[in-house]
Design a protein around this ligand. Structure first.
Ligand SMILES: Nc1ncnc2c1ncn2[C@@H]1O[C@H](COP(=O)(O)OP(=O)(O)OP(=O)(O)O)[C@@H](O)[C@H]1O
Ligand SMILES: [Mg+2]
Length: 218
């Protein structure tokens, strides 16, 4: 589904490389956790997978689409259609309601099909909060709003950066069962986490180290 080859990423004009000749394959239906030390490049890789950022060098292809060849507008269109992103900090608009936040991505896409907003809020167990402003919600509730927003356009792949980073055990388990359900319905899911116990609940675990990513045997 997704193939990365020979990927390099530098933020300092190629003096140092955060990602250094990285190869990574994702298959359709994968349920993957990526671990690695703080600063190892987890968010950097996720930003490249989500096309929010581009690699300094390298080749990456999604199904038959060679992303290396797309310009910013084409990448944005690809992202709107195919990828849902849950950010490390939720990036919600605090003064907007839950419903408004979740619908926001659709304002930037030309998708014609009306989404089932209530169905998605129900799935995330936040339907009763639909008309509440995000700023009054708890951390766990905000995290679920950010997942709802990421899946509103029914993406093929969901990328989540530390989706349980600030949550207690109960909320962590809630998020896990939501991700499992989405995966069982066919969504490919990649999660970044520093929490090894959480990572162990996924079908595959990879570690980023020295600019490369490798499978971890637990
Ligand atoms: N936009 C940027 N400009 C310059 N340096 C950056 C930028 N984004 C990340 N970096 C640097 O790249 C390295 C990897 O950062 P990244 O955010 O990918 O790490 P991470 O593995 O997600 O860490 P954490 O677990 O703390 O979230 C860090 O040294 C960071 O300072
Ligand atoms: Mg990070």
């Amino acid at each position: 589904m997704y193939k990365l080859q020979n990927i390099y990423k530098s933020y300092d004009k190629e003096k140092t490389f955060i990602l250094n000749d990285l190869y990574f394959d994702v298959n359709e239906g994968d349920f993957v956790a990526i671990i690695g030390k703080s600063g190892s490049g987890k968010s950097t890789l996720l930003n490249i997978l989500s096309t929010i950022d581009t690699p300094t060098k390298g080749y990456y292809i999604f199904n038959d689409k060679n992303l290396t060849k797309l310009n910013d507008n084409q990448l944005a269109e690809f992202r709107n259609q195919s990828i849902g992103v849950v950010f490390q900090s939720y990036h919600l608009i605090e003064d907007y309601t839950v419903g408004e936040n979740v619908m926001l991505p659709l304002m930037f896409s030309n998708q014609k099909k009306q989404p089932n907003l209530d169905g998605i809020l129900e799935k995330l167990d936040i339907l009763p909060l639909k008309d509440k402003r995000v700023k009054i919600l708890s951390g766990g509730e905000q995290q679920r709003v950010s997942i709802a927003r990421a899946i509103i356009s029914n993406p093929k792949m969901l990328l989540a950066d530390e989706p349980t980073g600030n949550l207690d055990h109960e909320n962590r388990d809630n998020i896990l069962s939501i991700l499992k359900k989405l995966n069982s319905e066919g969504m490919t899911i990649i999660v970044v986490t520093h929490d090894l116990e959480f990572a162990k609940k996924f079908n595959k675990i990879y570690e980023i180290k020295d600019g490369k990513i490798n499978p971890v045997q637990i």
